[in-house]
Design a protein around this ligand. Sequence first.
Ligand SMILES: Cc1ncc(COP(=O)(O)O)c(C=O)c1O
Length: 369
Amino acid sequence: MTTDAPIPLVDLRAAHAEVAEDVRAGFDRILATGGYIKGPVVAGFEADYAAFCGARHCVGAANGTDALELALRALDLPPGGGVVLPANTFVATAEAVLRAGLRPVLADADPEHLLLDPARAAEALPGAVALLPVHLAGQLAPMGPLLDLAGELPVVEDAAQSQGARQHGRACWGRIAATSFYPGKNLGAYGDAGAVVTDDDDLAGAVRLIGDHGSEQKYVHERFGFNSRLDALQAVVLRAKLLRLPAWNEARRSAAARYHELLDGVGGLRLPATLPGNEHVWHLYTVRIERGRGEVLAALRAAGIGAGVHYPVPLHLQPAFRDLGHGEGSFPVTERAARELLTLPLYPQITPAQQARVAEILTKALTKA
Ligand SMILES: Cc1ncc(COP(=O)(O)O)c(C=O)c1O
């Protein structure tokens, strides 16, 4: 049975309902002690998340953009060096590179999966100092070919959208990875939060130092740093949610399979593809609409369906990145994706009835578009 109740793009209240008791109890313990910064809950979450990723270390940060900057700074790359990253990403990937005193070098996506294309990355790589693939929408970029290309160059992973995702059974592939716990992510905090994950003891130590004013001992500042720590209250939320993340990611996979069934063969629509070897966690379920995306989006929204576009204007065509010197036509796959992509509501608690309604309205809108 379908109803006309609005269907959000993500439903954070439904996720909260599942962890509410744990979160309240954890908050009460923090409030009773006053230990808001650092402390056992932060250390506990860091250990849990490192284990979840199969990595030796996790270091919390204030948000995902900071986490990427910290990862890049920890590598001590030559100032102004080029870092190859996909044009098809959220703006934060390039912001972190610039903030770390490095230079974004963009490369286009592959037309099938819209992830960093190794062939395009190879063209961009000569002279660069690092490679920064982005695991977009819930699946890993093709890490085998990208690591081969990088050779001795460090590979830094933007894993903001891929918590729990694996490729050939493995979550972490590069020297260091950064993630975001922005509320809408698969593992989301109740505010901003992020983390860096690595097997490298020295890099983990450097990240921790830089993110804590370059200081291990109070008022002794060993190197340039700033303040980017994970709050204890956010660690409470993240610990409670991490326990549910495997089941939530499984629910996302079931929901994605259901959309595939409901939408298979619908004219004018291209469904998202999974790269072979990938265990997808469906952070976003994005379809492509060759003609009439605007009308379809308007029809969904008019029906109370929270569809979105990730991302409507590519990085290289944003006013803030004009200085990179890329005009229209520089990255055709990314530009086409920006015109065609449409993100449908998907979250662990979405019901089959809600998905049937999304599919029905979408199918109707497509026949009119
Ligand atoms: C691909 C990607 N990289 C980086 C970030 C930055 O994370 P934050 O918003 O936590 O700074 C995000 C999320 O917003 C993202 O989606």
